[in-house]
Design a protein around this ligand. Structure first.
Ligand code: FE2
Length: 381
């Protein structure tokens, strides 16, 4: 299967995955196997769907792993939605968040972790959840999936450092659960930010930015009555702190920022820039990966970025890419050890050509010599 933007939908294309616009658990708008028609090219973007998975010759036998089972996805979305509703009520009534809400978040974080332990590294395709574009909790769930996958890699390979400076490999599940809960509600404090600031399509003024920057501490305040672990709280309070001290709310530096919050910062920024937001469009995965890579050591913890790069591929399988020679193709495979040189399928006459392409090569015009095609691309088959 492969992912195409809705504007490229043509008569008779076969849908490879359900299109869901409502909360998980509701009937899909379109079911897998349906033959699309061109009117969907216009109709789907109007309900918040930017792209769809289709099955055709170019995408044949390209398997894309779903990070979460449909059941877990439904549970996670419901629990996150309930938590946000409860926080909204708490804000209105000045009451705390009921313990039951926190307990159910911990339960779904466990389910999330159990699902994520099953998937291979570097198999992440965040567009798996892209059909929830129209759904408000999408960002929380995506950040949780991504942050947990980065943490899984870091902790299983290199363990974690306790307050005495000892490297440890125990309490993995417990830490994953606490991180998961924090990631699911990391932005809960945004409920306290006036909607006209939160949803402003233009650049924020200094005063508006100051209001926006209150959301981490507002989140901690909202959850104060809940019996949350200090590790979970660090995600909510410190996910906008930056190692070079330019973050907020406390301008913490380096390892003064808790590891949990350092995971959250990378997951939060990557998902934000690769998702469509009210104030800017989505960038391609390779641009998002580039932003994180460039920020290593200043905006983001270098160690976390190293693990992120092994988990998030700049050219994910099933995605369309533009080759350095300008042709368009579909990523068929990618080696996590060599992520900038994916194997790409390109329509060639009536057939399909498969090439390993160096995506870092400078853009070039199509050369006559087939061996030099694609500005450094190597024909492998
Ligand atoms: Fe935030």
């Amino acid at each position: 299967m492969r992912l195409i933007p809705c504007r490229k939908i043509r008569e008779g294309m076969e849908l490879a995955r359900d299109v869901v616009t409502g909360p998980p658990g509701t009937a899909p708008l379109l079911r897998t196997g349906v033959l699309l028609s061109e009117r969907y090219a216009k109709a789907l973007p109007q309900v918040g769907i930017g792209s769809v998975w289709i099955e055709d010759d170019l995408g044949r036998d390209i398997d894309v792993v779903e990070p979460l089972t449909a059941e877990t996805r439904e549970r996670v979305h419901r629990a996150t939605g309930d938590a946000l509703d409860a926080a909204r009520n708490a804000l209105r009534n000045g009451a705390g968040l009921p313990d039951s809400v926190v307990a159910s978040l911990a339960e779904v974080a466990d389910a999330l972790v159990a699902d994520l332990l099953e998937i291979p590294e570097a198999a992440l395709t965040l567009d798996d959840l892209g059909t929830f574009d129209a759904y408000t909790h999408r960002h929380s769930v995506q950040v949780a999936v991504l942050g947990l996958l980065i943490a899984r890699r870091a902790w299983t390979r290199e363990g974690w450092i306790d307050y005495r400076g000892r490297r440890r490999y125990d309490r993995f599940g417990d830490r994953m659960r606490k991180l998961g809960v924090g990631l699911l509600v990391h932005d809960v404090g945004k409920l306290a930010v006036p909607p006209e600031v939160l949803n402003k399509p233009a650049r924020l003024t200094d005063d508006e930015m100051a209001v926006m920057r209150t959301h981490p501490e507002a989140g901690v305040e909202l959850l104060r009555a809940a019996d949350l672990s200090p590790l979970t709280v660090s995600v909510i309070r410190d996910h906008h702190e930056r190692p070079d001290g330019t973050g907020y709310p406390n301008a913490l530096k380096g390892t003064a920022i808790h590891e949990f919050a350092r995971f959250a910062a990378v997951a939060d920024v990557y998902d934000a820039v690769t998702s469509k937001r009210v104030y800017s469009g989505a960038v391609q995965p390779h641009v998002g990966v580039g932003i994180i890579r460039q920020g290593a050591g200043t905006q983001f913890c270098s160690e976390v970025v190293r693990h992120f790069r092994a988990v998030v591929m700049p050219y994910p399988v099933g995605h369309e890419v533009t080759l350095p020679d300008g042709r368009r193709g579909v990523v068929a495979a990618v080696d996590p050890l060599d992520p900038d040189r994916p194997t790409v399928r390109v329509p060639q006459g009536r057939g399909i050509e498969e090439l390993q392409v160096d995506m870092t090569a400078p853009p070039a015009v199509l050369a006559e010599d087939p061996g030099r095609r694609a500005g450094g691309a190597r024909v492998t088959r």
